[in-house]
Each structure stands twice: as structure tokens, then as C-alpha cells.
Design a protein around this ligand. Structure first.
Ligand code: TYM
Length: 330
């Protein structure tokens, strides 16, 4: 008898820049997990609408996000890859889960508070963002969710919602576990190393994009904020910039932070930064060339097929949820 494979679900917002933080914190795991699990990867375009963009630009960005994921090694033969907006069950389940979500819980979500503090309009979509995220995960009865550290609170809320639903309506949803890497779970901004690297940072020098050229990478790493004591050592409090670069280099090479720190300890920041840039460029090089080889029409076809398969799979599960709450056939 074959044991049933666990389901992995994760999502990414098509916001225009896919960066090294997302890669080291999440996407690298997405690729690796394809061998062992049933993997479902979703481009969460409905979530991205909480940060308004020009419709034409948004259409392009949605496709580009899919291309980067394919270039990174997401394999449509082994994974379901699709656009959230093309599978209507996500929004339907979000509504059902919303009826179980106390507003007090949403008021405590740190990402919501941070975004509003940064001036993003505090609309209902932004407020209920984590409920839609819980629906994404629970829709496929996912057991494992590979994400970076910043999504931890949303995952905790998802687990609570699954429990709340199961307590009220009977056991429908498995309780999903986050899969957060031990290192590089939180890659920091190059220009402000106490804040996470983020696609919404206005300063493009704050992040390395997955498709950046080696020259762009070198320029950005050279201008990364460090400190005035020119010793390369790991100290998050006193040397957050250097520590971030050490983490990044370790993430890109597989070498330990200690080993790298010892090698570059007294060789000066210039030499160290060039080595970091080189490590990043080497890690990202294959993705740039694979991205260039992708054909837009073919990628759109892959996404359409993904959406059809995802809808079918989602509908089977959704029917269970509908019947559980009393929305089944009359
Ligand atoms: P998003 O699009 O912001 O980021 C995609 C993934 O990259 C991770 N990540 C990072 N990891 C380490 N360091 C960083 N600086 C960094 N920046 C981003 C994120 O943790 C994420 O895993 N809410 C999600 C999208 C989403 C989702 C879901 C994820 C919607 N529904 C269901 C999992 C399951 C988000 O905004 O990711």
C-alpha cells in the first residue's frame, strides 16, 4: 500500500519584483519540496490588489511572476501552478472563514498595522488579507506551508481558524504547519538592515532582484550599509548589515556563517562585499538564462492548464466544506 503524499501549499504576490529574500526564505524550498510532496503553488493576484497598481502593468507583472517561478525550477509536471483569481473557490472559502474570524484577531496582525503605518490605504481587502490567505491554504487541505518568517503570524491565524471551523462544523481541515528555514528566514534590506528586504521598499538598492545582472548585484552589494568597525563578524545587534551579508553569503554557498566570517575577518569590507556579490551572482545566474528562454504564450498556456486542474481539485474539497456548514445541495 502506498502512503498518501502530504500536500504543500504556498503563494507569492505578483508585485513586480521577486527578490533574494523571497528566494532564500521560501522559493528555494518550493522547488526542493516538489520531489517529495504534492505541491500547489499559487500566484496570489487577489492579494496583490490590496496594493493598487495600474491594470496594464498588473497584467504584465502577473505573467512575469509565473515566468520567474518557472525559471527557478517550479515544474508544472510535478506542481500545480496557477493564478488565484482563476480559481473562484479561494474567495468563496475566504467568505466562509471570515464569518469565523473575530475582528479583534485581525486588529492584531502586524503586517496590516505596518502597511497602514506606511501609508497603504486601510481598506477592507487589506484588513481581511489574512483570511484569504487562510482560505488559500485550507482549500487544498495543505499540511505544510513553506514561507519566510514574516508570514508566521498569518500561519498561526490559519491554524486557529482551521481549529475553530473543525470545532464548530466537524473535522474538515488538517492543521497546517509552517515550514520556515532555520537560516535566511528573514533576509534584511541592504540599505536599512534592521528592516526586512521587501518588494515594497521605495529604494531599489535595498534589494537584490532574482533577475538582476552580476553588475547590478555588485553595485548594490557595494553600497550596502555596514558600520565603521571594519571587521567581518556576526553580531546582529552591533553589526546588522554585515551579519545580513554573512547570512546571505551562507545561504547562497551552503558554507557556514562562522567559516565565512573567519575567512574574511580582517580582509576589509571591500573584499568581503565583492565575495558576497560573486556568491549571489553565481547562485542566480541559471535563473536569468532560463527566464530569457521562456515564451509568454507557452507560459500563459501552462497557467491556464494549472487553473483548470486547480479548480477541479479545489471543487472536490470545497464541496466538503460547503456541506459541513449547511451550504450543500438542497
Ligand atoms: P510575498 O509575496 O510577500 O513573499 C513571498 C514569499 O517570500 C517570503 N519572503 C521572505 N523571506 C525571507 N526574507 C525576506 N526578506 C522575505 N520577503 C519575502 C515570504 O515569507 C513568502 O513566503 N502573504 C504572502 C502570500 C500568500 C501566501 C498564501 C503564502 C498568500 N497566500 C498562502 C503562503 C500560503 C506574501 O505576501 O508573500
Amino acid at each position: 500500500m502506498t502512503e498518501e503524499r502530504k500536500t504543500v501549499f504556498s503563494g507569492v504576490q505578483p508585485t513586480g519584483t521577486m527578490h533574494l529574500g523571497g528566494y532564500l526564505g521560501a522559493f528555494r524550498n518550493w522547488v526542493a519540496l516538489q520531489d517529495e510532496y504534492d505541491t500547489v503553488y499559487c500566484i496570489v493576484d487577489l492579494h496583490a490588489m490590496t496594493n493598487p497598481t495600474d491594470p496594464e502593468e498588473f497584467t504584465t507583472t502577473r505573467l512575469e511572476t509565473a515566468k520567474v517561478l518557472l525559471a527557478l525550477g517550479i515544474d508544472p509536471q510535478r506542481s500545480l501552478l496557477y493564478m488565484q483569481s482563476q480559481v473562484p473557490q479561494h474567495a468563496e472559502l475566504a467568505w466562509i472563514l471570515g464569518t469565523l474570524t473575530p475582528t479583534g484577531v485581525l486588529n492584531r496582525m502586524t503586517q496590516y498595522k505596518d502597511k497602514v503605518a506606511r501609508g497603504i490605504p486601510a481598506n477592507v481587502g487589506l484588513y481581511t488579507y489574512p483570511v484569504l490567505m487562510a482560505a488559500d491554504i485550507l482549500l487544498y487541505h495543505a499540511q505544510l506551508v513553506p514561507v519566510g518568517e514574516d508570514q508566521k503570524q498569518h500561519l498561526e491565524m490559519t491554524r486557529d481558524l482551521a481549529e475553530r471551523f473543525n470545532n464548530r462544523y466537524g473535522d474538515v481541515f488538517p492543521i497546517p504547519d509552517p515550514l520556515i528555514p532555520k537560516t535566511t528566514a528573514r533576509v534584511m534590506s541592504l540599505t536599512e538592515p534592521t528592516a526586512k528586504m521587501s518588494s515594497s521598499d521605495e529604494n531599489p538598492k535595498s534589494r537584490i532582484n532574482i533577475l538582476d545582472s552580476p553588475d547590478e548585484i555588485r553595485t548594490k552589494v557595494r553600497s550596502a550599509v555596514t558600520d565603521s568597525e571594519p571587521t567581518v563578524r556576526y553580531d546582529l545587534e552591533a553589526k546588522p548589515g554585515v551579519s545580513n551579508l554573512l547570512d546571505i553569503m551562507s545561504g547562497c554557498t551552503g558554507r557556514s556563517v562562522d567559516e565565512i566570517a573567519t575567512e574574511y575577518e580582517s580582509r576589509g569590507y571591500g573584499t568581503f562585499k565583492d565575495a558576497v556579490a560573486e556568491a549571489i551572482a553565481t547562485e542566480l545566474a541559471p535563473f536569468r538564462s532560463r527566464y530569457r528562454d521562456l515564451d509568454n504564450t507557452e507560459v500563459a498556456r501552462v497557467l491556464l492548464k494549472g487553473a483548470l486542474d486547480a479548480r477541479q481539485k479545489a471543487e472536490l474539497y470545497q464541496d466538503q466544506a460547503r456541506r459541513a456548514v449547511g451550504l450543500g445541495k438542497l
